[in-house]
Design a binder for this molecule. Structure first.
Ligand code: ISC
Length: 434
């Protein structure tokens, strides 16, 4: 495997506790934001000390793990807090398809974090770096964070600007053409070729101005506080699906599959949620995903708790069937190691996996890039939080490419799946349009 690496020699890393910095996203000084935030806790990062770009391959998680072990293993670290996310961290985002070469890990120059009432700043790299990207010294930064100034949150190199007027166009497939692909998938499933496949489509937005990820992050975090609002190398979104969180031996996952629209009144909402909960089609879609996550985690864990029945997760645009899974790792495995065992789950690929991937390649007519791949962060202890990159868009200058997908089983109705995809697009449409 050939890796594209940009990294200095030995890293110097320093974490200092700071007073509560308030809204983490408001502290991002550049549009090139790195973020992973939920309910106000999480990590934001800026600047770039090291970057790893990975080609495709099933071994991309192991390759990323090995690079981090070497890069962080040789670092000189001062970290009095020793919490998940303190000390050196990398943000990352992996391509969905093992055949695509989109995976990237970024070690930021600065990290600001908050977790369970603790807040901290970490600098990674050369502490005496005075390049234009290096903002204040860590002490100045931490001091400013500890005593917020009246003239706004430091550092603030560029104020975020909304994208302005947008025009929309179809991505790889128009709506009718995608509905035909769904129809074709149900025929293959009825033939006994596979049990489930997840088909996605893309939409393109063109803006008047370059799109600043920070504007989108703010809107997403406000409207979807229970989701993980993320930004990594231009991939921005708010995902409800936690693929894996590792903190020491503890691992947690939130498996999602099966969706309905929110109701227009409380009674309508209840009725829709009850119908979703009883729907044989949605329960089948959900059980494929839960069974696979159980099978992947069971050999790695001593204890594994998988609920017998799903619960309902209500977001502002949709309600999902959700199964929270908890386990204790049997051996010392990093979060990237566990990712390698899980991705791609049937929440984004299908069952059996290889047949589903072949059908996705055949029917979607597009490369998913990093949509539906793992996105999150990892620290030097191997702790981290990784979601599945859903409800997201790939930003490039004035252009945003949005993605939404739906689990297809034998009984799926193409028109209903098209409506479900539109509902899922609403998160990013709102992020862009306000
Ligand atoms: C593939 C997506 O959602 C997945 C996660 C939750 C529910 C899903 C569903 O009901 O189809 C999908 O499996 C997406 O949002 O693009």
């Amino acid at each position: 495997m050939k890796l594209a690496v940009h990294a200095p020699g030995r890293l110097e890393v320093r974490t200092v506790p700071v007073a509560d910095p308030g809204d983490l996203l408001s502290r991002l000084p550049h549009p090139t934001a790195l973020a992973w935030v939920r309910h106000g806790d999480g990590l934001v990062g800026w600047g770039e000390t090291a970057r790893l770009e990975l080609p495709g391959g099933h071994d991309r998680f192991a390759a990323a793990d090995a690079w981090l072990a070497e890069t962080f293993g040789s670092a000189e670290v001062e970290d009095p807090l020793r919490l998940p996310g303190t000390g050196p961290v990398a943000f990352g985002s992996f391509g969905f398809d093992p055949k695509s070469a989109d995976s990237v890990l970024i070690v930021p120059r600065y990290v600001l974090g908050r977790r369970d009432g603790h807040a901290w700043v970490t600098t990674i790299g050369d502490p005496h770096d005075d390049s234009p990207d290096a903002l204040d010294s860590l002490d100045a930064l931490a001091g400013a964070l500890g005593a917020p100034r009246a003239d706004g949150p430091p550092p603030a190199a560029f104020a975020p600007v909304a994208p302005g007027r947008l025009t929309w166009s179809d991505g790889a497939r128009s709506a009718p053409s995608w509905a035909q692909a769904v129809q074709a998938a149900t025929a293959r499933i009825r033939d006994g070729h596979l049990g489930k496949v997840v088909l996605a489509r893309d939409l393109i937005a063109h803006a008047d101005r370059p799109i600043d990820a920070r504007v989108l992050l703010h809107r997403l975090a406000d409207r979807y506080p229970t989701c993980y609002t993320f930004a990594v190398a231009g991939l921005v979104g708010a995902t409800p699906e936690l693929l894996i969180r590792r903190a020491g031996a503890q691992v947690d996952s939130l498996v999602l599959a099966g969706t309905t629209a929110r109701g227009t009144t409380p009674a309508d909402d209840e009725a829709r949620a009850a119908t979703l909960f009883r729907s044989a089609k949605d329960r089948e879609e959900h059980s494929y995903a839960v069974d696979m996550v159980r099978d992947a985690l069971a050999p790695l864990c001593t204890d594994l708790d998988v609920p017998a029945e799903p619960e309902l997760l209500r977001l502002s645009n949709v309600t999902h069937l959700a199964s929270p899974v908890h386990g204790r790792l049997a051996a010392d495995r990093t979060v990237l190691d566990v990712l390698g065992a899980l991705h791609p789950t049937p929440a984004v690929a299908g069952t059996p996996t290889e047949r589903a991937l072949d059908l996705i390649r055949e029917l979607e007519g597009m490369d998913r890039g990093r949509y539906a791949g793992p996105v999150g962060w990892v620290d030097a202890r191997g702790d981290g939080e990784w979601g599945i990159a859903l409800r997201c868009a790939e930003l490039s200058g004035t252009r945003a490419r949005l993605f939404a997908g739906c689990g297809i089983v034998a009984d799926s109705d193409p028109a209903a799946e098209l409506a479900e995809a539109s509902n899922k697009f609403r998160a990013m449409r709102y992020a862009l349009e306000g």
